[in-house]
Design a protein around this ligand. Structure first.
Ligand code: ADP
Ligand code: ZN
Ligand code: ZN
Length: 707
């Protein structure tokens, strides 16, 4: 029996208060016993009761007015170790850096299912035994003998502090390096934990299988948004308690509570999916670097086409450029068990018949491959049948009434669909403006490409004299649960000869019989206003090319060589020149020169402020006013930050909301942070100025990916 505790002063709790409510970062509650920081509690908020995290007193709000009666804590989620200081520091850093409320980030970092559980329900949940791991499922797979390149990468990771950038070709055995490093670290320390991040949900099962085969199913837990609430809670608890040695997940997993964290892997570190695009717009890769440094965990980034930021950070230091070497660069150029990288063939589309979908030589190449029983993959990064329907008589176009965008023509269900707001109508028979029956699709999407391939290849026979089988995979064919897995399984089983699809088909899949990959219309990215578009295109094409010729035994048996085809109106563009020789370093060097000249990242640091309003004037007016107020107040950091004038977004109106943005640029990250911190209250005050009444919302995107 313990003696009754004296009242223990207020506790300060981080919780998700309504945004712009004007409430402080932390709210104070009365509690009759001291609660350590990191304890999960339920507290009253207005008429509701919500989940919160007890926070460190030194970040608490200033003194409360004398005699303020605090509402008491309603309940404590017992039986759970408090969230540790490194976790709280990570959350506090992310909130500060990405300009969001602490409570919002803290609560978003916890499994949503916890929010709904009352203390007694939670206690019951904790008592429920976790199902025993499937002991018979795996005889643990022995690790393979490493190649020289893998062994030297592992040796450096073991002996240096990092962070590391593992620059390895597709199929060079990066995953094996992850497995080996994790294995050595877990063996050396019985309480150590590892975090493995992947960009996409549909890549987690494959990787989970490889980790489970090596470490046993009970050691590995997944964490991603495709799981149900209870599943996520189970994984989260296993990570928090230390029962799980490895957490494998998408960007959200960077916030997992991992008391024993010693190693973090970020696979395909260049992938834009690591950036959260709503709420706190964090970069899981950047937070992984920060978390690793703070918590003493080694961080390993891996990619065949690293982000230019990571590539630049890993440049070798020289006396003239001592800023290099922030990351250790590990190079693995050789592909294991796979043939050479595909030979790249460029077709100059200006020399082809107008409106040709597939150039003559590409069609011939596909035909030949199919006749030999090989698989082809044709990439077109636009779904639907055609991006717009057009009237030849009056020039009417299928514009979305709610957005500054066209409605896309989908032939399968005869609909016109806006890909921005979802507005859908049936395809009209006549022009809605002039009544002409002569309305036609303009441009081409995957549906049309599939249809045209079917007709162009209709006479082509496979080696067993059966007709060619063509399939399409994109967001439209994979809406149903399980459809994606099933369609990929079909390709794997060899039931498809020609696969048509969007970028979805380019990532990660270990197809065995694909010997030809074609990008039929990649030019759009060359003329994009977004300075990162060439980088994304290069990565996509390299990744797509990496799907070809993955099985050297098959390639040798076929006596064949793999090819990557690119159809372009500017085949001599630097992106394609460097792609031809698979020369990422040359591509990166060329891009970095341009970025340095234009003072773009990684040579500067950016933030965007976005404003949404009923009219473009109000949206831009708000941004201009906030900018003027910053200058009038001579806010700290401003001398090193450039505020550009507000401009409409590329797609200016979505769902009847007008959108504008303003770019901020600084040569110093710290100056930008300093300024943003000071500017926050100015933005809030400006928002409440009646002059900006039509403003719907504003938000800050630090280190934005798309401009
Ligand atoms: P990456 O992740 O770089 O694309 P993977 O790790 O998936 O490459 O390796 C490509 C293929 O080579 C896989 O089938 C893998 O099992 C095999 N592999 C990797 N390392 C070795 C090794 N040391 N010896 C034999 N096969 C290996
Ligand atoms: Zn018309
Ligand atoms: Zn729309």
């Amino acid at each position: 029996m313990s003696a009754p505790q004296p009242p223990a002063g207020p506790v300060h709790v981080a919780l998700h208060t309504p945004s712009h409510s004007g409430m402080g970062e932390l709210l104070s509650y009365a509690c009759e016993r001291p609660l350590p920081a990191g304890t999960l509690v339920r507290v009253p908020l207005g008429a509701r009761e919500v989940l919160g995290v007890v926070w460190d007193a030194d970040e608490a709000p200033g003194g409360l007015p004398e005699g303020t009666a605090l509402r008491p804590v309603a309940g404590v989620l017992e039986g759970l170790a408090p969230l540790d200081l490194p976790w709280r520091r990570l959350v506090a850093f992310a909130a500060r850096y990405y300009q969001r409320a602490l409570g919002e980030v803290a609560l978003a970092a916890l499994p949503a299912h916890l929010r709904g559980l009352r203390p007694e329900q939670f206690a019951r949940r904790l008592r429920r035994p976790t199902p025993p791991a499937d002991a018979a499922a795996h005889t643990l797979q022995q690790s393979v003998a490493l190649t020289t390149e893998q062994a030297s990468a592992c040796a450096r990771i073991a002996s240096e502090p990092g962070p590391f950038l593992l620059f390895g070709s597709t199929g060079s055995g990066k995953t094996e390096v992850y497995l080996r490093c994790v294995q050595e670290m877990l063996q050396a320390d019985p309480t150590a934990q590892a975090l493995v991040l992947v960009p996409e949900i549909n890549l987690t099962p494959q990787l989970e299988e490889r980790f489970a085969a090596r470490f046993g199913a009970s050691a590995v837990v997944p964490l991603h948004s495709g799981m149900t609430g209870p599943q996520r809670l189970r994984s989260w608890l296993a990570a928090h308690s230390g029962a799980a040695r490895i957490v494998l997940g998408t960007r959200m997993a960077v916030f997992a509570s991992l008391p024993g964290l010693k190693f973090i892997v970020v696979d395909e570190e260049h992938d834009p999916s690591y950036k959260q695009q709503e709420g706190a717009r964090y970069s899981a890769r950047d937070l992984a670097i920060w978390r690793g440094r703070e918590q003493g965990a080694k961080v390993l980034l891996g990619s065949a086409t690293p982000s230019l930021e990571s590539w630049h950070a890993s440049r070798p230091p020289t006396p003239e450029d001592p800023g290099g070497g922030r990351y250790a660069r590990l190079h693995m150029p050789s592909r294991i068990g796979a043939g050479a990288l595909p030979r790249v063939r460029r077709v100059d589309m200006s020399q082809q018949p107008r409106h040709a979908v597939l150039s003559v030589p590409l069609l011939a190449a596909i035909t030949e491959r199919v006749a030999r029983g090989e698989q082809c993959m044709v990439l077109l990064n636009r779904r639907g049948y055609a991006p717009v329907l057009h009237c030849a008589d009056c020039d009417w176009k299928s514009d979305c009434p709610h957005c500054s965008a066209h409605q896309v023509f989908h032939k399968t269900d005869r609909s016109l669909r806006c890909h921005h707001c979802g507005h859908t109508v049936r395809v009209p028979r006549h022009c809605p403006r002039c009544g002409s029956p002569d309305i036609r699709p303009m441009g081409r999407g995957t549906e049309q490409l599939e249809e045209q391939l079917c007709s162009l290849l209709s006479e082509v026979l496979r080696p067993d004299r059966t007709p060619v089988r063509i399939a399409r995979i994109d967001a439209d064919t994979t809406r149903a649960k399980g459809a994606l897995e099933q369609q990929f399984a079909q390709v794997h089983s060899g039931a498809v000869d020609v696969l048509v699809g969007t970028q979805m088909i380019a990532k990660g899949h270990d197809f065995r019989r694909i010997t030809l990959v074609a990008a039929v219309q990649p030019d759009g990215a060359l003329f994009s206003s977004d300075f990162r578009a060439p980088e994304r295109l290069f990565a996509l094409l390299m990744q797509a090319g990496g799907r070809a010729g993955r099985d050297a035994v098959y390639m040798a048996a076929q006596g064949t060589q793999c090819e990557m085809w690119v159809q372009s109106f500017c085949p001599r563009h630097a992106v394609f020149e460097t792609l031809r020789t698979h020369d990422y370093p040359a591509f990166a060097a060329q891009q970095l020169r341009e970025r340095a000249q234009a003072a773009m990242p990684p040579f500067s640091h950016l933030a965007l402020v976005r404003a949404d309003a009923r009219t473009q004037e109000v949206a831009q007016g708000f941004l201009s006013a906030a900018s003027a107020a910053a200058h009038a107040a001579a806010l700290p950091g401003l001398e090193r930050v450039t505020l550009f004038p507000p401009v409409p977004l590329a797609i200016q109106r979505v769902a009847n909301v007008e959108r504008a943005q303003m770019l901020l640029e600084s040569p110093r990250r710290a100056a930008l942070q300093h300024f943003l911190l000071a500017w926050k209250s100015v933005l809030q005050a400006t928002r409440h100025d009646p002059a900006h009444k039509g403003l719907i919302r504003w938000l800050v995107d630090v280190d934005p990916l798309e401009i």
